[in-house]
Design a protein around this ligand. Structure first.
Ligand code: ARG
Length: 265
C-alpha cells in the first residue's frame, strides 16, 4: 500500500513539475508502472511548449528563410526558457489559432493577438505584453484621409483579425475583402482591387517600407492590447506564463526584444 502511495506521489509530482510543457511521448500519458514513472521523468529533456502562430506578421512573427523570428517568437522563447521547456512553433492561418489552442494541438497562441470580448468567451488571455493600433494603409495621394472616408470604399483585411471584424461592423461585410495574409491585402491595394487596408500599425509600417507608393493615414482606427491565448481553464499554464512575463518585463528582456525590432519614434 505504501509503495502505491509513494508511486502516486512521484507521478503527481512529475506531472506537476512538467505539466506546463506537453510531452512528445504520448505513451507516457497515464503511466501506471514504475518503468513508466522513469519514462515520465525522461520527459524533462523533451518537454515542449507548442506555440500556434501565423508567421506572416512582421515584426511580431515572420520567417527569415526557414527560421521563425520576430518579437513574439523571441518573447515566447524566453517564456519557454523560464518554464524549462523547448519551444515548438506551429505556423498556421491566423484564423485557426484559437481552434488549435482549444483542441490542445498548441499550448498557447501568440500572434500579435488582440484581447477582445468575443475571444475572451473562447480562450483565456495572459497579461498584455504590447499595445497594437489598427492603421489604415492607402495609395499615396488617395482621397481617403480619415477613417470616415472609408464609407463605401473597398477595404482589404487579413481574415479573422480585428481589422476584419471592426471594418465589417463599421462599413459592411460587402465592402470588406478578406485575405489569408496581410501581405496579400497590400498587393491587392497596389493592384487597385481594394482602396485601403486595415491592419496593425507595425506590420503596416513593414509592408509600406517594402512597397512603393503606399502610405499610412495619420489617424488610428483602433488601439488594442496584445496578449497570449491559452485554453480556457488552464490556469496552471496561465499563471506560469504570467509569472514569466512579469519576470521578463521586470528584468528588461521584453523591452530589449521590442527595441530590437521597433525603433523608438
Ligand atoms: N491584432 C490583430 C488581431 O488580433 C491582428 C493579428 C494578426 N496576427 C498575425 N500573426 N497574423 O486580430
Amino acid at each position: 500500500m505504501k509503495k502505491i502511495l509513494a508511486l502516486i506521489l512521484v507521478l503527481a509530482l512529475s506531472v506537476f513539475a512538467f505539466a506546463a510543457c506537453s510531452s512528445d511521448k504520448d505513451e507516457n500519458k497515464g503511466a501506471q508502472t514504475e518503468n513508466e514513472v522513469e519514462a515520465v521523468q525522461d520527459d524533462k529533456e523533451t518537454a515542449t511548449l507548442k506555440m500556434a502562430t501565423n508567421a506572416a506578421f512582421p515584426p511580431y512573427e515572420y520567417k527569415e528563410g526557414e527560421k521563425f523570428v520576430g518579437i513574439d517568437v523571441e518573447i515566447a522563447r524566453e517564456i519557454a526558457a523560464e518554464l524549462g521547456c523547448e519551444l515548438e512553433i506551429i505556423d498556421m492561418e491566423f484564423d485557426s489559432i484559437i481552434t488549435s489552442v482549444n483542441a490542445g494541438e498548441a499550448d498557447f497562441g501568440m500572434a500579435g493577438m488582440t484581447v477582445t470580448e468575443d475571444r475572451l468567451k473562447e480562450v483565456d488571455f495572459s497579461d498584455s505584453y504590447a499595445t497594437g493600433v489598427q492603421s489604415i494603409i492607402v495609395k499615396s495621394g488617395s482621397t481617403i484621409k480619415t477613417p470616415d472616408d472609408l464609407a463605401g470604399k473597398k477595404i482589404g483585411v487579413q481574415l479573422g483579425t480585428t481589422g476584419d471584424i471592426y471594418s465589417c461592423d463599421d462599413f459592411g461585410e460587402e465592402n470588406v475583402t478578406k485575405f489569408s495574409k496581410g501581405a496579400d491585402a497590400v498587393l491587392a491595394l497596389k493592384g487597385g482591387e481594394v482602396d485601403a487596408v486595415i491592419i496593425d500599425n507595425e506590420p503596416a509600417k513593414a509592408f509600406v517600407a517594402a512597397n512603393t507608393g503606399l502610405e499610412i493615414l495619420g489617424t488610428d482606427y483602433a488601439v488594442e492590447d496584445y496578449a497570449i491565448a491559452i485554453k480556457k481553464g488552464n490556469t496552471e499554464l496561465l499563471t506560469k506564463i504570467n509569472d514569466a512575463l512579469e519576470t521578463l518585463s521586470e528584468n528588461g528582456t521584453i523591452d530589449t526584444i521590442i527595441g530590437k525590432y521597433i525603433s523608438a519614434e
